[in-house]
Design a protein around this ligand. Structure first.
Ligand code: ZN
Length: 111
């Protein structure tokens, strides 16, 4: 078992776990039971949830998948998109408007 990364935000760890599992890579989350920590735990990476591969041989492949997903997600989050229906601003990785639920197909320039 080899650790890929650890992150205070458990939802992120869970997200990458599902990405890797969908690629057929067996993963394991360390410190999973401690999810929901608050306060002091935030500054103690030792207890953060950590995503690991079960088979060391999958490590390189798993890191590759994570890197591809990180750049994809972060590139899109940087852009704000205004909803064509109600003009609310949405993060670029949203497919539906958080406010009215309309589909946000293409980035629309804000004026
Ligand atoms: Zn909207």
């Amino acid at each position: 078992m080899k650790e890929l990364f650890r992150e205070f935000d458990f939802t992120k760890v869970g997200y990458y776990q599902s990405v890797l599992e969908s690629q057929g890579i067996k993963t394991f989350i360390k410190n999973r039971d401690l999810a929901g920590l608050a306060g002091e735990a935030a500054i103690m990476p030792d207890v953060w949830p950590a995503l690991c591969v079960v088979e060391d041989a999958d490590y390189e492949r798993a890191m590759q998948e994570i890197r591809e997903n990180i750049s994809y997600n972060e590139a899109r989050v940087d852009i704000e998109v205004s909803c064509p229906a109600c003009s609310e601003l949405n993060p670029g990785n949203f497919d539906l408007c958080w406010s009215c639920g309309a589909t946000i197909a293409e980035p629309v320039a804000t004026e």
